[in-house]
Design a protein around this ligand. Sequence first.
Ligand code: FEO
Length: 169
Amino acid sequence: MFTEKMQAALNGQMNAELYSSYLYLSMNAYFKSVNLDGFANWMHYQAQEELEHAMKFYDFVCQRGGRVQLAQIEAPPSEWNSPLAVFEDTLAHEQKVTGLINDLVEIANEERDHASQIFLQWFVSEQVEEEDSVGGVLEQLKLMGEAKGGLFMMDREMAKRRPSGSADE
Ligand code: FEO
């Protein structure tokens, strides 16, 4: 059974995913403003992925016969001091999202909503991947320290990211 509580929680997560997309788009704009186009590319596809996450919640609520409720999306920050600061914020944000997904799983368990439990498993795995990939970038940035040459080399690597699901992703 699809309860009001589950529906409200899933609508809330849809909003959180839309905020994630907004946040990463803002980070994309920051990287463009400091001419790190590879990092900007990485954030562009990150923002796109978050929109896909939001749409998974949207479609699932509809499929269950629920009602999608769109709420206001908070404005994200727009300035950072360095690429390192951006990725520290990104990791902290993904860890927060992992917590939200875990809370949703708890609600699905309490509500004995097996369909939602199964639906949410994809997000549980996705969060492991998200934290791993963001953590990897953060570690590289920390190792590089202030070396400008390293940053430009890394920017070229970040330029290779492609949309999720593409052959050369
Ligand atoms: Fe939709 Fe990055 O979590």
